[in-house]
Design a protein around this ligand. Structure first.
Ligand code: PMP
Ligand code: GLN
Length: 389
């Protein structure tokens, strides 16, 4: 057999699939792959069901159904004060994942450099490489995961085509500060690059932290795309409805790739998401408050067992330091052990690194689960580590 894609030969099966499979095999509580265990609002699902019954069920427009594009424009005006034209500046895609893929394929030429923060979400690097891009990693380190200004400056060059960033950030739970975004903006403008911002956790953000989109910073409106997802905002991860906001010219370049990838996304789900985005503030407040309560509940449980936990200002992931309870193996060994022996699955943090020297002392737990599930997971971990002494 002839060789298949050399780029993909360098990547295994995603860690989310690997850990979910192991969790199923061992009947473990799955706090690995990030998904809520309760489906999002019943009224949103009812709109989808009705639209499946009544139609339309044929190909919607390539850019997305008008109702959803209008709803995204309204959402962006309401939460970020953005003034965008729904007809030219919004693109609906099959999940945020497709927006990311279309952005990489639509913008990168072979040899272009792409600045990325590490640790990073797993699909970024394969997409960049498939497009022929060359990654320039900027490492963020615990406990605060702050940008090292010199390192970021050094990562940019005249060959930089774009910076790809994620805030609130999976897997660290970091929310980029205004100062950090201003530094990114300064460098993007100086080197005349694009910025692709993965903002799927825009509404899962805690305490006094506020989501700030790079797109709103001076000089960034003409070069930035922000990407969000109904999967996270409405706890409907299986729907894979994503949306991208960018200036018309940039949206058109990204849509060129989208038209050859999926062309479109289920019209019924798009209509239901349009309905959902218009929900009152109380919905968004409740999402944030309930996730924050879950974070606190699970974090306190981990700490009672003896784990030190990293800060989590956004996303539904929290990282436990496995060395803090005296575990001296790798994060991978730890996650396999707790899945198979304690009955709780987590994701090894090192899976979010692609360059040398991954941090391997954290296990990432997803806390978007019912309280009783979180409590049961803590009990299982407590039993296991208690007995182990
Ligand atoms: N980006 C990040 C940071 C994520 O955690 C996820 C996870 N689901 C995605 C993108 C993908 O979103 P979607 O399911 O809408 O494709
Ligand atoms: N975003 C999810 C996570 O970080 C996983 C999505 C997927 O399985 N592809 O766990």
């Amino acid at each position: 057999m002839k060789n298949t894609s050399d780029v993909l030969a360098g990547f295994g099966t995603t860690i989310f699939e690997v850990m979910s499979k192991l969790a199923i095999e061992h009947k473990a509580i799955n706090l690995g792959q990030g998904f809520p265990d309760e489906d999002g609002p019943a009224d949103i699902r009812a709109v989808a069901a009705r639209t499946v019954e009544d139609g339309p069920n044929q190909y919607p427009p390539m850019m997305g159904v008008p109702e959803l594009r209008q709803a995204v424009a309204d959402h962006d005006a309401r939460f970020y004060g953005l003034s965008v034209d729904w007809q030219t500046d919004i693109l609906v895609t099959s999940g945020a994942t497709e927006s990311l893929a279309a952005s990489m394929l639509g913008l990168i030429n072979p040899g272009d450099e792409v600045v990325l923060f590490e640790p990073l979400y797993d699909c970024y690097l394969p997409m960049i490489k498939l497009a022929g891009g060359i990654p320039k990693f900027v490492r963020l380190d615990p406990p605060y995961w702050e940008i090292d200004e010199d390192k970021l400056r050094a990562a940019f060059s005249d060959k930089t085509k774009l910076i790809l960033m994620n805030s609130p950030m999976n897997p660290t739970g970091k929310v980029f500060s205004r100062e950090e975004l201003e530094l990114i903006a300064e460098l993007a403008i100086k080197h005349d690059t694009y910025a692709i911002c993965d903002e799927v956790y825009e509404h899962i953000i805690f305490g006094d932290k506020k989501h700030l989109s790079l797109l709103t910073l001076p000089g960034m409106g003409e070069r930035t795309a922000r990407i969000a997802s109904a999967g996270k905002t409405f706890s409907l991860t299986g729907w894979k409805v994503g949306y991208l906001t960018a200036p018309a010219d940039l949206t058109a370049r990204i849509a060129k790739a989208h038209q050859f990838l999926t062309f479109t996304t289920a019209p019924n789900l798009q209509k239901a998401v349009a309905y959902g985005l218009a929900k009152e503030d109380v919905f968004y407040d409740e999402l944030k408050n309930s996730m924050q309560a879950k974070r606190d509940r699970f974090r306190d449980g981990l700490q009672r067992i003896g784990f030190t936990t990293a800060d989590c200002d956004g996303t539904y992931f929290i990282n436990a330091d496995i060395s803090s309870i005296g575990f001296d193996g790798t994060d991978e060994e730890f996650c396999r052990l707790i899945t198979t022996e304690a009955g709780v699955a987590a994701v090894p943090f090192s899976a979010f690194y692609q360059s040398e020297g991954a941090r391997d002392n954290f296990a990432r737990f997803c806390f978007s689960k019912r309280d009783e599930v979180l409590d049961a997971a803590i009990e299982k971990l407590q039993d296991f580590f208690g007995k182990r002494g």
